[in-house]
Ligand binder design. Structure first.
Ligand SMILES: [Mn+2]
Length: 575
């Protein structure tokens, strides 16, 4: 059982301006001390952004593109297939066109057929276009051989990326990548589309300086794509990302891109106040389904659709998403049966012929969330090959070393600490399971590291504090995401007035604090509370819209029985 810890003892600082005390506790716990700090957090300004030329190699990148512009050379934009590369290509096409570039082409590899990376052969498919420059987005930093091969064909490569390099960098004309090691821009948090956006900013500045622009444009029109990519690529929502996503969400809500507009209309999000979560949980899965299933329509087509194409494309995209959701439900059912049998194991490993390879990562993620253990999920192809995905719930684990320890049961693996992919074969499945089991058994004897299971909260409140006025302030604190999570409140000694189990083992609690009543939803394994129990909650306040009525409710992150010392309730800050 983890501890509850307040992020900082904020109350030692006094609020410099008038605001609800709970909001000030949040702001102080996130580092605000002065009016200026508060203003920067609540109303971030575009003029405070880092200078685009602070990115290393920006000048040679811009110079080469301007040469292509004046010589009317054909450019191929090559982007990754995910929801960072895809908006990245759309952003570069849009930005370059607005600057007057012509002869623009684009390509993104197929996830299932080509795989990740720059493939020189795919660039050669464009031979008849006489491509002179390849401009990458969200990919390329490790493609040393592909770049050599393109150079040999007389093609210059400009790499824009944000992934980590290997020992050798490709021989590109320019490598714009805040994470390449020699870049002092402090823009490491940008995603691939973010780097592409900075390239357009820099290019526009330089072309303005050289008087090459006939019709200028405001780069803000590209921020819808920036926001979409930055939120879905799970990069930290701090500094530039926070500023640009905050503005980008407003642009996105009234996007003029026909495909996106149509999709947002279908989802009831068009012209609404958008939160980052709306993009992460409602929009991104629909677009990601297209890449996962690879059934003819791409997210890129949706992002760049014309008015005439938009309706049909989005309708078809939603049908594919429906199919994804059915495949996922079917796989979840199979996985649940296996997982239940492995209930007390330190990890879950499931594989099946009936899993679609496009949904294994979703199943792994779901198992990990519900059982709080690392999950390994494999889809078996007709030829016996296993393509799998692994997810781990906390930094207590490292999938790189876990998969490394089980290497003999694998064909290959790669990825990050908490999310990885692997390939194996049906014939090796038992061995893989055995190796995982040996590894976890050895780990279990090691003492658990402290602090991983703690739940942090930002402010202590009473239910009387949860008002529409507070919610106005709360929503202004957004966007929330990686490294700037939604602020959490803690309320103690609440009386449980009702308990209702919902579908999928969720719990809806009625809680009361004096005259104040709220519904509290808990999407987790319910604990044994009863009507009349006194409990403490860590929660996020939110609006619930139902049949045209808006009410405030609590989204529970953690709950426990109130601890008592003698007659008095133990003050949470002293625990
Ligand atoms: Mn990316």
């Amino acid at each position: 059982v983890g501890e509850w810890i307040r992020r900082s003892s904020a109350s030692v600082y006094e609020s410099p301006t008038q605001m609800p005390p709970a909001i000030w506790q949040v702001l102080a716990s996130r580092g605000c001390r002065s009016t200026d700090d508060i203003d920067k957090l609540l109303h971030p300004k575009l003029k405070d952004l880092a200078h685009p030329f602070s990115l290393h190699d920006m000048q040679p990148a811009v110079d080469r593109l301007i040469k292509a512009f004046t010589d009317k050379e054909p450019i191929l934009i090559y982007g990754d297939y995910d929801l960072d590369g895809t908006p990245g290509i759309a952003l570069l096409l849009d930005g370059l066109s607005r600057l007057g570039f012509q002869n623009l082409y684009s390509y993104q590899p197929s996830r299932l057929k080509d795989g990740y990376g720059v493939h020189a052969a795919r660039v050669r498919d464009f031979a008849d276009k006489k491509i002179k420059v390849v401009l990458t987005v969200d990919v390329g930093i490790t493609d040393v051989e592909a770049v050599d091969s393109l150079n040999a064909d007389g093609i210059d490569v400009i790499i824009t990326d944000h992934h980590l390099p290997k020992e050798t960098l490709p021989k590109a004309v320019a490598i714009v990548n805040p994470n390449k090691g020699t870049c002092e821009s402090h823009l490491q948090h940008l995603c691939g589309t973010g780097v592409a956006f900075y390239l357009i900013l820099a290019l526009r500045m330089e072309m303005t300086r050289r008087e090459l622009i006939t019709k200028d444009f405001n780069p803000k029109v590209l921020l819808d794509l920036f926001a979409l990519a930055t939120i879905t690529d799970m990069v930290p929502l701090v500094r530039e990302n926070r500023v640009l996503v905050k503005h980008g969400l407003q642009i996105l809500a009234q996007t003029e891109r026909p495909g996106l507009k149509r999709l947002f209309e279908e989802l009831g999000l068009y012209r609404k106040t958008l939160r980052a979560q709306d993009i992460g949980f409602r929009v991104a899965p629909k677009l990601n389904a297209l890449t996962r299933l690879d059934e003819g329509i791409t997210a890129f087509q949706v992002l760049t659709a014309s008015v005439d194409q938009a309706r049909k494309l989005v309708d078809e995209a939603l049908v594919i998403n429906q199919r994804r959701s059915e495949l996922q439900a079917k796989a979840k059912k199979i996985a649940d049966d296996v997982a239940l049998a492995q209930k007390n194991a330190p990890y879950i490993f499931v594989y099946s012929h009936e899993f679609h390879p496009g949904v294994v990562s979703l199943i792994a993620n779901d198992l990990m969330n519900r059982y709080s253990v690392p999950a390994f999920v494999g889809a078996i192809h007709a030829d016996g090959r296993m393509v799998g995905s692994a997810r781990a719930p906390s930094k207590k684990f490292n999938l790189q070393s876990i998969l490394g320890a089980a290497e003999a049961g694998l064909e290959k693996f790669g990825g990050h600490q908490l999310a990885a992919g692997f390939e194996s074969h049906k014939s090796k499945a038992e061995m893989l399971n055995e190796l995982l089991s040996v590894h976890f058994a050895a780990q279990n004897e090691a003492p658990a590291e402290h602090g991983f299971d703690s739940t942090f909260f930002d402010a202590e409140v009473s239910l009387a504090d949860i008002t529409p006025e507070l919610m106005g302030w709360y929503e202004d604190l957004g966007p929330f995401g990686m490294q700037f999570e939604a602020p959490l409140f803690m309320a103690s000694d609440l009386k449980v007035t009702s308990l209702k189990r919902l579908k999928g083992d969720y719990l809806k609690l009625g809680v009361q604090d004096g005259a104040y009543d709220f519904d509290a939803l808990w999407f987790s394994k319910p604990k044994e509370f009863q009507s009349g129990s006194r409990i403490d909650l860590i929660f996020e306040p939110q609006w619930n819209e139902f049949q045209g009525r808006r009410t405030l409710q609590l989204l529970v992150h953690d709950a426990r029985l109130t601890r008592r010392v003698g007659e008095g309730v133990l003050n949470a800050t002293l625990i």
